[in-house]
Design a protein around this ligand. Structure first.
Ligand code: SAH
Ligand code: SF4
Length: 360
């Protein structure tokens, strides 16, 4: 089998696909036909590409593959609105992808790395350490997986992917090239055709990546995982803060805003007794006043074996009210799908113990 060495078509741009097709002795317009099969018809195998000759399909199958992910396990929340899949990669690594079906949009939450090097102590992915970056194709195929599911099983009005959020496992700006190329692939009007605003890149605060994102032509949404309003606390919760402290991070956000004029989201996970004192809310409001932004409060999703918990509801409400009064737009992320371990990295964590085998 040439399978392992085969070119993974989802890693390629249209131009690269044209080069490949020419190398196989074909006219370059075939590349656009293949592209349509992949991203419009959502074909997962060459046999489906019926307007290509049988000979070309066979040749492609010898040299290339259009799928590298395998669904290993799926979980559905009790209300059916959240689906989470554990996907196996060609080298045996595993990642998670989540589909959320509320707010009249189908949102796919993708992973960008196997594990994460940043090591936030409240995050299941961070606790597992870093394994490797995902390739462009491995990011795109997560979206194709749920695009196919929506086409075949999506509820009325929700038969296609609406939004893609980079909030699964890993730090997207630490895998910038593959992440951006995946966005360009999914944006292509002759393919999945997702507009720039359908994408949200979430970062722990990698300043060079934010500045680079500001220079891109496609104005995607930016979310910053803040979780603290002082360096002292943020150094503990989001360790990369030691490299890019708050002032520097906010300077990069201002540069991003100056360039894009797109409202930035600040994520604030509320962790009982750690970052929930109302004095922290005051500090947060002071930091954010005047910025074109929005705060998303996320009651912590408790990670197994961790002593950290979400605060009681009244604390969440108190924060919400305080920020509203300070004229900072605020929302609270509903804890949907907690029972299927919706916090990133947790399904992978579960399935590893004991000894990487599911008992069924
Ligand atoms: N690495 C990027 C994107 C992936 S994490 C980032 O940190 O932004 C996506 C979001 O989930 C981040 O805001 C992260 O802080 C949050 N998160 C991680 N673990 C969580 C948990 N246990 N409960 C609530 N939010 C969590
Ligand atoms: Fe990495 Fe984001 Fe988890 Fe922090 S919260 S460890 S940056 S995935």
């Amino acid at each position: 089998m040439t399978h392992e060495k085969a070119t993974y078509l989802l890693d390629l741009s249209v131009g690269e696909l044209e080069d490949l097709v020419q190398e196989l002795g074909q006219k370059s317009f075939r590349a656009r036909q293949i592209w349509r099969w992949l991203y419009v018809h959502l074909a997962g195998q060459f046999e489906d590409m019926t307007n290509l000759s049988v000979a070309l399909r066979q040749k492609l199958a010898q040299h290339a593959r259009c799928s590298a992910l395998q669904a290993l396990q799926e979980e559905v929340s009790a209300d059916g609105q959240t689906r989470k899949v554990l996907l196996g990669l060609a080298d045996g690594e595993r990642i998670e992808t989540v589909l959320m079906l509320y707010d009249e949009r189908a949102t796919v939450c993708v992973s960008t790395q196997v594990g994460c090097a940043i090591g936030c102590p409240f995050c299941a992915t961070g606790q597992g350490g870093f394994r490797r970056d995902l390739s462009t194709g491995e990011i795109v195929e997560q979206v194709l997986y749920f695009a196919r599911w929506l086409r075949d099983h999506g509820p009325a009005g929700l038969d296609r992917v609406g939004n893609v959020v980079f909030m699964g496992m890993g730090e997207p700006l630490a895998n910038y090239e593959a992440t951006w190329k995946a966005i360009e692939t999914m944006h292509d009007p002759q393919g999945l055709n997702l507009g720039a605003r359908r994408f949200t890149v979430s970062t722990a605060g990698l300043v060079p990546g934010i500045l680079r994102l500001a220079e891109e032509d496609l104005p995607v949404n930016l979310a910053i995982s803040l979780h603290a309003a002082t360096d002292e606390l943020r150094d503990q919760l989001v360790p990369v803060n030691r490299r890019y402290p708050l002032e520097e991070l906010l300077r990069a956000v201002r540069a991003y805003l100056a360039r894009t004029n797109r409202r930035v989201t600040f994520e604030y996970a509320l962790i009982a007794g750690i970052n929930t004192a109302i004095t922290e809310a005051h500090r947060l409001a002071d930091r954010l006043r005047g910025l074109l932004c929005h705060v998303n409060l996320i009651p912590l999703n408790p990670v197994p074996d961790s002593r950290w918990q979400p605060p009681p509801d009244h604390v969440v409400r108190e924060w919400q009210l305080f920020l509203q009064r300070a004229h900072i737009p605020v929302s609270v992320r509903l804890e949907r799908g907690t029972e299927i371990a919706a916090a990133c990295g947790q399904l992978r964590g579960h399935s590893k113990a004991p000894k990487g085998k599911q008992s069924d």
